[in-house]
Design a protein around this ligand. Structure first.
Ligand code: ADP
Ligand code: MG
Length: 277
């Protein structure tokens, strides 16, 4: 497949990166060369260069959270983003998923520089190309599973109710995720794992290029966690959907083909495809 061809031609370059990474300072030189465009790279789906995010608190105090993140994610990858609580994972994901904007550096999505998009453009890309999955599911209460899945489609069409074909698609997604008999249940009538499956169905309804999942198993027991991780793996392998999963659980990394380690607002290792885990 062309996707793998693309990944294939990208790997040797990043093998060089991982070889360098063993040698401390040289890695910094390599990353700088990539950031400055001296070393050409193939086109990843997501790419950040020296990305930073500083929050300004009321009173004018600056809180630097991301301090120069350079990473890339290829089409078709399943990547875990790992790091301690407070290391900046959610801040990074929110930028990658067009919920927030960086204060410095660059973000490229599918080859286009999206660092400085306005709110409407970000909402448009987010709606069409990103599937979001959150720790607390973010489902509308008192709304059926089916209606929750239909919401992104209705949002895109200015709040108009779903067409028959869209309802059919939502039903198919819920059925694929094992929720055949649960379409009319509200979130309160579903288990945590079932709620997360509804949220995953909702994230897929617009045929996104990528699923971004921020600690999707954080509220689930260990058995359900494995089920949800298996689901991400299936979606990645069978449907070719690119997935980035945030976690501080080492088990999640067993399901990923690559782990990006974030520490104190920086990527410590694994920022590029082909780099060592
Ligand atoms: N809106 C905000 N304003 C100020 N500080 C924030 C804001 N959001 C996050 N932070 C701070 O940024 C740091 C990283 O947060 P976060 O990205 O949520 O980390 P993680 O997801 O890895 O636990 C934390 O110290 C947090 O307090
Ligand atoms: Mg977080």
């Amino acid at each position: 497949m062309w996707v793998f061809g693309l990944v294939g031609c990208y790997i040797p370059l990043h093998s060089v990166s991982s070889a360098f990474s063993a040698r401390g300072k040289t890695r910094g030189v390599f990353q700088k060369a990539v950031e400055w465009g001296i070393i050409p790279t193939a086109m990843p789906l997501l790419e950040t260069r020296n990305l930073s995010k500083t929050y300004r608190l009321p009173g004018g105090i600056d809180v630097p959270v991301l301090k120069g993140v350079t990473l890339s994610v290829e089409k078709g990858e399943l990547v875990a983003l790992m790091g301690a609580s407070g290391s900046g994972k959610s801040t990074l994901m929110n930028i990658l998923g067009f919920l927030d904007t960086p204060t410095g550096g660059s973000y490229f999505f599918d080859g286009a520089d999206v660092s400085d998009l306005g709110p409407d453009e970000r909402a448009d890309i987010r709606g069409r190309r990103i599937g979001w999955v959150f720790q607390n599911f973010n489902l509308l209460a008192r709304t059926s599973a089916l209606q929750n899945v239909l919401l992104p489609l209705e949002y895109r069409r200015g709040g108009r109710a779903g067409r028959a074909a869209e309802r059919e698609k939502a039903r198919e997604l819920l059925a694929m995720l094992g929720l055949d008999g649960r379409m009319d249940h509200t979130p309160a009538q579903l288990s945590g794992g079932q709620q997360q499956r509804v949220a995953i169905a909702r994230s897929l309804v617009n045929d996104p290029d990528i699923l971004l999942a921020d600690e999707p198993t954080g509220n689930l027991d260990s058995v359900t966690t494995v089920e949800i991780l298996e689901l991400f793996r299936r979606l990645n392998e069978e449907r070719g959907i690119t997935v980035v999963v945030v976690t501080h659980d080492a088990e999640v990394c067993d399901y990923a083909k690559r782990t990006i380690h974030v520490k104190d607002g920086r990527v410590e290792a694994g920022g590029f495809g082909g780099a060592a885990r």
